[in-house]
Write a protein that binds this ligand. Structure first.
Ligand code: ADP
Ligand code: ZN
Length: 713
């Protein structure tokens, strides 16, 4: 059976390997068992029911909360040649009749339905007459009031299990919270389900938190490096969303606003344009997101602080579903904390307020942390890591520490002098000797601490106060508008008995520069071809009225741009190219790649390198470009294999675009490279010693050629 599900993975979806725990989940569901699957966004939940749907008799019923999302899933399946449809209120009567007919005549492998539709008595009756492969409940946390996205329609789903006792159920969620998980299992009545919790890490996302100083300028600087990429900017209020979108447009960015206050038609337009890659930036409240399945979102910016770590993780998780490098940037200012507190405290439900305040505190602690972001996030979800991630702002640019004992004493004593009744803003004004009316009225200009902190700017003081709060020297009373008070830990500091070490505020521009990774599609030559393939994809997608990612993901295009397949067989080895898509789109992509190759290589690169190349080497290269194997090259040229190898080695060293993997097995390459790193480009024999037997001299020579590129010259 494993063999056949692998076969389906490869031929239908074009993937080469299962991700953990896909294979085990799929095997269980195919065998008729229930499964509860917790996996982060982008982890690959869909395959866990789609493959079983193809391996079990009958039709798989997939419950999904959003119509727009269903349509994308169905389009994506159809593009892979899988028989799928959706049944919801967006269908015309004709379409609905057609789907009904397909259902009964066994022409569908998967049917997507909204929960309210599924639970209609006549629909349930109809299902009872059919052979059902399985039920898949997507976004299963919507059933729980504990979850962050409760949907009353979902509670009805509890009836499915007793009505269809023999049909396996897969419930899926990305929710990390254990309470919610228990509740989902109980409500769905699948207590016996095997639970799989995949790791929560999203290694391709770079997390960055920047102190909010001039937020719009900070945002602009971030976006101007990413004009061609798609992203979401989240802001807290509708008003702010409108303002930011407007200012971005004025600054020449392709941005649109999205929030619940806009007319339906406008929201649909924005969502559609974004899905179709016609619109780059969406500025939105959190109303935007659930319906967005777009895999190539390259960044998520939080212009304002989110209200909990869960929401933050969920929202940032919308970036990089395709697995390519992506970014999460949050701007964080003390003002946000106050605003968020006020919103929470507006509620009369004391218990609710208590919980939400705790969640908010955790969010603030995360934003202020001077330790690896990923470790902090994963620790929050109960996944303690020992290692820093090397892919967050703190890891990329650790804050410098300095002895802040003197500053801390000034700050703490000023808090004391103003009677522990004022917030950070006012205390900072006193420290800096500000001359505002309020200070005069309160006669705070007569305090001994007035003006003793003029050496720091307000922003610098802000940073000091924030850390003093975070480290527990100061406490902030949120029932009194954030008034600062001294904690017991403050006393020894005031007495000069302990030292206080704080992090220096980080230079925002520098953080940005250090954190900036290569964009998802990589750089240089690959990037140019990637852009061309992207426009081929866009044309195909527009003609078929589907979003581009339904045709191929960005990850697939990047791989194509790098490996430059020259025939169908090679194209098929690219992740994401299954047999159906090969037939449908293969020719167009191969043509584009070939045309690009002809345009860029012979006249251009090889010409400029021709001084160092002999005619015979050039002949080998030309034949290589026709896709010949090593043996075929030798045969055609009438030369020994070894001679061809030496040509290839020299061509590689000269920097010509030769795909090593056509000649050396992919898993051998890193081993040989590691050996080269260690030994340098020495003779073959010392290199071969210490490498596995299976690695031949030919393998080593070719990898050495590629490795030596640029180093030898
Ligand atoms: P989720 O529903 O968990 O958010 P999806 O099922 O949409 O995630 O999968 C996210 C992305 O990962 C999709 O682009 C999907 O095609 C891709 N993917 C899933 N499984 C694999 C796999 N085994 N190999 C390669 N890509 C995969
Ligand atoms: Zn880190």
């Amino acid at each position: 059976m494993t063999d056949t599900i692998h076969h389906t993975l490869k031929t239908v979806f074009g993937f080469h390997q299962f991700r953990s725990p896909q294979q085990e989940v799929i095997e269980r569901v195919v065998a008729g068992e229930d499964v509860f699957l917790v996996m982060p966004t982008g982890g690959g939940k869909s395959l866990c029911y789609q493959i079983p749907a193809l391996h079990r008799d009958g039709i798989a019923i997939v419950v999904s909360p959003l119509i727009a999302l269903m349509k994308d899933q169905v389009d994506a399946l159809l593009a892979n040649g899988v028989r799928a449809a959706c049944f919801n209120s967006s269908l015309s009567p004709d379409e609905a009749r057609r789907v009904s007919r397909q259902m009964v005549s066994n022409e569908l492998d998967l049917l997507y339905v909204a929960p309210e539709r599924l639970m209609q008595p006549d629909f349930l009756e109809r299902l009872a007459t059919l052979k059902l492969a399985l039920f898949a409940i997507d976004e299963a946390h919507c059933i729980s009031q504990w979850g962050h996205d409760f949907r009353p329609d979902y509670t009805q789903l509890g009836k499915v299990r007793p009505l269809f006792p023999g049909v396996p159920m897969v419930a899926m969620t990305a929710t990390a919270d254990p309470e919610t998980r228990k509740d989902i299992i109980r409500q769905l009545g699948i207590e016996q389900a095997r639970v799989y919790v995949a790791g929560f890490d999203r290694p391709n996302i770079t997390y960055t938190v920047m102190p909010k100083q001039k937020p719009f300028a900070q945002l602009g600087a971030f976006l101007s490096n990413r004009r061609d990429e798609a992203g979401i900017v989240y802001a807290l209020s509708r008003k702010r969303v409108d303002q930011v979108a407007e200012r971005l447009r004025a600054a020449g960015f392709a941005a649109a606003a999205y929030h619940a206050g806009l007319p339906d038609a406008e929201r649909r337009r924005v969502q559609d344009a974004f899905r179709r890659d016609d619109l780059r930036i969406v500025v939105a409240t959190v109303a935007f997101g659930m319906g967005i399945d777009k895999p190539n979102i390259r960044y998520v910016v939080h212009y304002d602080m989110p209200k909990s770590v869960e929401s933050y993780y969920q929202e940032t998780g919308r970036a990089g579903r395709d697995g390519l490098p992506s970014e999460a940037l949050m701007l964080f200012g003390m003002g946000d904390v106050m605003t968020a507190r006020k919103l929470v405290e507006n509620s009369d439900n004391a218990e609710r307020v208590r919980i939400e305040l705790q969640k908010l505190n955790a969010m603030v602690a995360y934003a202020e942390a001077l330790t690896c972001r990923r470790r902090a996030l994963l620790a929050y979800f109960g996944d303690q890591r020992e290692q820093d991630c090397d892919n967050c702002d703190i890891c990329n640019d650790p804050p410098q520490r300095f002895d802040a004992s003197e500053l801390a004493r000034k700050a703490l004593s000023c808090v004391y002098r103003v009677g522990e009744r004022f917030g950070a803003r006012h205390v900072i004004d006193v420290l800096r000797g500000a001359k505002g009316q309020r200070i005069m009225d309160l006669r705070h200009n007569e305090l001994s601490t007035y003006g003793i902190g003029a050496e720091l700017s307000s922003v610098e003081w802000d940073n000091v106060f924030r850390q003093l709060i975070h480290l527990g020297y100061l406490v902030q009373d949120f029932t009194r508008f954030g008034a600062l008070g001294l904690s017991p830990a403050a006393r020894p500091v005031l007495k000069g008995e302990v030292q206080v070490t704080l992090g220096l505020p980080r230079d925002v521009a520098k953080v940005e520069e250090k954190t900036r990774r290569k964009s998802g599609a990589g750089e240089g030559a690959h990037r140019a071809l990637f852009e061309e393939l992207r426009s081929v994809r866009k044309q195909i997608a527009d003609a078929a009225s589907v979003p581009p990612f339904v045709v191929f993901s960005d990850a697939t295009l990047v791989e194509m741009a790098k490996s430059r397949p020259s025939d169908e067989q090679e194209l098929l080895s690219v992740t994401g190219v299954g047999e159906h898509k090969l037939r449908k789109y293969g020719a167009q992509f191969l043509a584009a790649i070939n045309e690009y190759r002809l345009r860029t290589v012979p006249g251009g690169d090889i010409g400029s390198l021709s001084l160092t190349l002999s005619d015979t080497q050039r002949d080998t290269f030309n034949l290589y470009q026709q896709g010949l194997s090593l043996q075929e090259l030798a045969l055609r040229r009438g030369l020994k294999d070894l001679t061809i190898v030496s040509h290839l080695e020299e061509l590689l060293a000269a920097g010509l675009d030769i795909d090593l993997r056509r000649f050396v097995e992919a898993d051998k390459i890193p081993l040989i490279e590691a050996r080269l790193e260690k030994m340098g480009a020495v003779g073959l024999t010392p290199l071969k010693d210490g490498l596995p037997e299976s690695i031949s001299y030919t393998d080593i020579r070719l990898v050495r050629g590629a490795w030596g590129k640029g180093k030898a010259m």
